[in-house]
Design a protein around this ligand. Structure first.
Ligand SMILES: [Ca+2]
Ligand SMILES: [Ca+2]
Length: 207
């Protein structure tokens, strides 16, 4: 569509991102009100030295990771500045000019909300997450919490992008909030995707 995410801040909720990766390093959000490394919460947001985001698993400013959260970051802002082994320069990101705010989710559903609150408070335009909570693998999803999260994002004008079911079962998030939207696409369009899996197709929408 001719856009590359200029001027957009995206809050990624994942397990940490290698912010020094050559394809990512020029697209990492920097907290303008925070002086790094002085142990002080300079901008008074409750998090000391949160220069790139916050880790809600360790409750530290260490948002570094080399696994899933680096891969998803590459899908969002990877600019392909470094060629692969074959010499190809792949622009892997859908919005390579956006800035990526990094949050690390903990083990609890409330930590998901904490990441979202951080993103909203720090001015993210969009929140992206691959996490979902399913009763087949853990506690029953706290639908009231997720409803409140969605309402908070809506009130803040933040677009939320999330994975849906990913374990071979029927979709269960964000299906409880599968509210028809003007941009909804026909459900069958989801069948082209490898992920998610399950017996039912998902509706997708895009602004
Ligand atoms: Ca701070
Ligand atoms: Ca500081």
């Amino acid at each position: 569509m001719g856009t590359a995410g200029q001027g957009v801040t995206i809050c990624l909720i994942d397990d940490g991102t290698a912010h020094d990766h050559p394809n990512l390093k020029n697209h990492i959000w920097q907290n303008p009100g925070e002086i790094p490394g002085n142990g002080i919460d300079d901008d008074g947001n409750g998090f000391a030295d949160d220069v790139r985001g916050w880790n809600f698993l360790t409750n530290t400013n260490d948002t570094y990771g080399l696994e899933h959260g680096t891969r998803t970051a590459g899908l969002i802002v990877g600019d392909g500045s470094v060629p692969d082994f074959a010499g190809n320069q792949w622009v892997t990101g859908v919005a390579p000019e956006a800035k990526l705010m990094i949050t690390v989710i903990g083990t609890t559903q409330s930590s998901f909300w904490a990441c979202e609150q951080y993103g909203i408070a720090m001015g993210a335009d969009l929140i992206s997450s691959s996490h979902s909570f399913k009763w087949v693998v853990g506690d029953f999803p706290d639908y009231h919490l997720f409803r409140a999260m969605s309402d908070a994002e809506l009130a803040a004008g933040v677009l939320h992008v999330n994975s849906s079911g990913n374990q071979g079962n029927d979709p269960n998030y964000p299906v409880p909030f599968n509210i028809p939207a003007p941009a909804n696409s026909p459900p069958r369009s989801a069948t082209i995707s490898r992920f998610p899996r399950g017996s039912r197709a998902r509706s997708r929408s895009a602004p």
